[in-house]
Ligand binder design. Structure first.
Ligand code: G3H
Length: 486
């Protein structure tokens, strides 16, 4: 990999490079597998990307922001058709770079393609919408949606393709120009798509930067020329970048941040189904999902049986390389993650929790087996911190007000999973919970998709809403032409 995309042009890179190593443990532990090298970018390249994006937007006069709907659709269709041909390459990178299992990597790719096609259709509908015409007091208004300007997109390592594109694609189709920074882990998978970017969009519309946030993203923000900061990741990065912008009031934010989604297991819950969903919810992609279940509240009447069965099932999950059949637990891309999870476990044990499963907390290469911790209490770090990794904290409760009050007091407010059968108990609980979070999952684990559904959160979990429909609105502004009725 010796080329990169800046200025919308694929260029030969002659500067310093950064080596990208695989997350998959190598047989030779001294020498991890080198996957490729990429340009080591700094402020100079970041400014070039900014110049290119600014020139392509050209204060709203550029080819891209003024392009007709049908032509912009044609560019996006050209892009997605080329992207589809790169499925196998991108999927391979997802497995080697971030350790995502083969089925999950394929799902991430297919879901992204579907997202692009759905976005194209929704964008066409925006233009067709008859509500775009209004008449009042003799004035006709033709309401449109226009671009905002330059968008800086930053994606996370857990969905380096899908979530980066969930920001980038709607931003582009609405006529904005973009600079995007792929995640630290999951950067090479963009390389099979460079040619598609280059040949589908006008020069300067898409600009890719890579490097340390403070060296590449911060200078772009300091310029004051960014109109939208679109980030999926942690709030400290979002706040740090926001703070760099000299005219914060002009900056639109589209942010998907942390969450601490709980499951509440009521005494009449179907335990087979609940345990299946709790395992998928806490441990899919090793718990590295903002939507993962990060606390499990279980009613004390059923806690013993629930815990025993949950612990057995967790120990039966297969660890291995992403392409192996039936693998559920895979290597972790963040080098410090096993130590961090170990710290959470040690802290919880010191404060009275036990590890319920035999394999819990054991390490293999860069992996730590999920520990089912019980009973977890508010004094423990694992109660407060977003673990974003393989550990399952279980909290007993007697009265339903206990979890409800905890959710109300939490700094986060994304989703909840509620497990139980009696609708007379569930209905009022749902009515309360929807005022505390943004999605209540009944007898199922939390998740973002399908991507046509609104995805957001209260408090520190999100700013703005993502979904095919909402994102088009997040990355645009309503304008109109008014004319007198004559
Ligand atoms: O990391 C947060 C993701 O948006 C989770 O998405 O629920 O589809 O895995 P998911």
């Amino acid at each position: 990999q010796d080329t990169w995309l800046v200025h919308g042009v694929l260029e030969k890179w002659e500067g310093k490079t950064t080596e990208v190593y695989s997350t998959i443990p190598s047989d030779d532990t001294e020498n991890p597998t080198l996957l490729g090298t990429i340009p080591y970018m700094g402020e100079t390249e970041a400014n070039r990307a900014l110049e290119a994006a600014g020139k392509a937007f050209d204060k709203g006069k550029g080819l891209w922001p003024t392009m007709k709907v049908a032509d912009r659709v044609a560019c996006m269709e050209k892009f997605v058709k080329q992207m589809e041909k790169k499925r196998d390459e991108v999927v391979k990178y997802l497995m080697w770079e971030i350790g995502k299992s083969l089925p999950d990597s394929q799902k991430e790719f297919d879901r992204t393609v579907e997202y692009i096609y759905d976005t194209i259709e929704d964008y066409k509908d925006l233009d067709r919408d008859s509500a775009n015409f209004k008449k009042r007091d003799g004035i006709y208004a033709h309401i449109r949606r226009g671009p905002l300007g330059i968008v800086l997109c930053l994606g996370p390592y857990n969905y380096p393709l899908n979530e980066t594109f969930a920001l980038l694609i709607p931003a582009l189709i609405m006529g904005n120009t973009a600079i995007f920074k792929p995640a630290k882990h999951g950067v090479l998978l963009i390389s099979p798509l460079l040619e598609a970017f280059k040949s589908s969009f006008p020069k300067g519309v898409v600009n890719i930067i890579y490097g340390r946030g403070r060296e590449v993203a911060a200078p772009i923000m300091r310029s004051g020329r960014v109109d939208v900061l679109a980030l999926i990741g942690n709030s400290s990065s979002a706040v740090a970048l926001q703070d760099q912008h000299p005219y914060k009031n002009r900056l639109r934010l589209v942010l998907g941040l942390e969450a601490k989604n709980p499951a509440i297991v009521l005494p009449d819950a179907d335990l087979d189904l609940t345990i299946d969903e709790c395992i998928a919810g806490t441990l899919s992609f090793n718990g590295q999902r903002c939507t993962a279940l990060k606390l499990v509240y279980v009613h004390e009447d059923i806690a013993e049986e629930f815990n025993r069965r949950l612990a057995e099932r967790v120990d039966a999950l297969k660890y291995g390389n992403p392409w192996e059949d039936g693998v559920k637990l895979t290597p972790l891309p963040e080098p410090g993650k096993p130590d961090y999870i170990k710290e959470l476990i040690t802290d919880a044990k010191k404060k009275g929790a036990k590890i319920l499963n035999k394999k819990g907390g054991k390490t293999t290469f860069n992996y730590i087996y999920p520990a089912v911790l019980y009973p977890v209490t508010k004094e423990m770090r694992v109660y407060e911190e977003e673990q974003f990794g393989p550990v399952v904290p279980v909290i007993p409760f007697k009265e339903i007000d206990e979890p409800i009050n905890d959710i109300a007091d939490s700094n986060y407010g994304q989703q909840v999973s509620l497990f139980g059968k009696d609708i007379r108990t569930l209905a009022p609980l749902i009515d309360t919970l929807v005022n505390l979070v943004c999605r209540v999952n009944l007898n199922s684990s939390c998740q973002r998709g399908p991507d046509v559904f609104p995805f957001t959160g209260r408090k520190d979990s999100a700013v703005g809403t993502l979904s095919v429909h909402d994102a088009l609105r997040s990355f645009s502004i309503r304008t109109f032409v008014a004319s007198k009725d004559t």
